[in-house]
Ligand binder design. Structure first.
Ligand code: AMP
Ligand code: ZN
Ligand code: FE
Ligand code: FE
Length: 279
């Protein structure tokens, strides 16, 4: 339990603050973690500050971008981006702004369906980038659902009656975006698009993708082996992590409980032009 390259905090739709997350990882003796919030790097400063108390723990700055393909979503992780770049931050702000508009729209649709969730409450629940999990939490509080997953299954899943679209990049565009700010791009949870994986990867590798998640919460040994084979054949770094959000209802695996080879983190660092981690 040393490396976890996919973690969320309260800066987006996680429930642990950056301090809580880093403290947990540090107490578990972890060596390398990446903070990969949706459309924001605002959790990173606090994460680095907290990590000073854990000299063995290294933090990789990360981001997760949702991108659209016909009928599905592909999530792209970016590591080691220069987060101080103002053009990079301006684009993230644009993504977060579009999350606000579509969050309000989803609340309207739910209201029209007779559920009295309030946008003000969704905003309170979202301490950073607002997401569908915050809408789901408001539905849960209102007693309209009995677990978070139900909100996605019945209402706000991609084909649900209260789903609303927002501004997103295409997957290759997101890879290029990450590269253009000196980051390295990795495809997240590839099982989501397992039926189109080859064509998606062809396109993404053409744009500069360097890795793919192989180790991921809920992935069986067989699936991990299959994905590892694909990554190896394509020359992609086998990455992964827990994608810990702490929202509860999904059969969620804890921070660090999906172990990833240290070598993969070192390779990412190398491709990003960083010195290897001393672990
Ligand atoms: P958004 O970024 O607002 O589109 O929301 C996507 C997020 O919702 C994902 O990152 C997950 O955290 C969560 N999510 C997506 N599908 C489900 C589901 N079926 N059950 C629970 N959480 C989900
Ligand atoms: Zn999320
Ligand atoms: Fe994701
Ligand atoms: Fe994620």
């Amino acid at each position: 339990m040393h490396v976890d390259l996919h973690l969320h905090t309260t800066a987006s739709d996680g429930v642990l603050t950056p301090t809580q997350l880093v403290t947990l990882a540090g107490q578990r003796g972890m060596k390398i973690i990446a903070v990969t919030d949706h459309d924001t790097t605002n959790g990173l400063a606090e994460a680095y500050e907290t990590a000073k108390a854990f000299p063995e723990l290294n933090i990789i700055p990360g981001i997760e971008l949702s991108t659209d393909i016909p009928g599905n979503e592909v999530h792209i992780l970016g590591y080691f981006i220069d987060q101080s770049d103002s053009d990079f931050q301006a684009k993230l702000a644009e993504f977060r702004e579009s999350r606000v508009g579509r969050g309000k729209r989803m609340v309207e649709l739910l209201n029209e369906m007779g559920m009295s969730v309030k946008w003000e409450r969704v905003q309170e629940l979202a301490q950073g980038a607002v997401g569908r999990p915050h809408v789901a939490q408001a539905l849960l509080e209102g007693g309209y659902i009995s677990e978070i997953k139900e909100a996605f299954d019945k209402y706000i899943g991609r084909n649900g009656p209260a789903y609303a679209e927002r501004y997103k990049m295409g997957p290759a565009e997101a890879v290029g975006f990450i590269k253009s700010f000196n980051g390295v791009a990795v495809m997240a949870h590839p099982f989501d698009v397992i039926n189109n994986l080859d064509s998606v990867l062809d396109q993404l590798q053409g744009a500069g993708l360097v890795g793919m998640e192989v180790h991921y919460q809920g992935y069986s040994t067989d699936l991990v082996a299959q994905l590892a084979g694909i990554a190896k054949r394509r020359g992609l770094i086998p990455c992964g992590g827990s994608d810990y959000h702490g929202m509860g209802s999904r059969m969620e695996i804890g921070v660090g409980e999906v172990d990833v080879p240290i070598e993969s983190a070192q390779q990412l660092a190398g491709l990003a032009g960083k010195a290897p981690f001393r672990v």
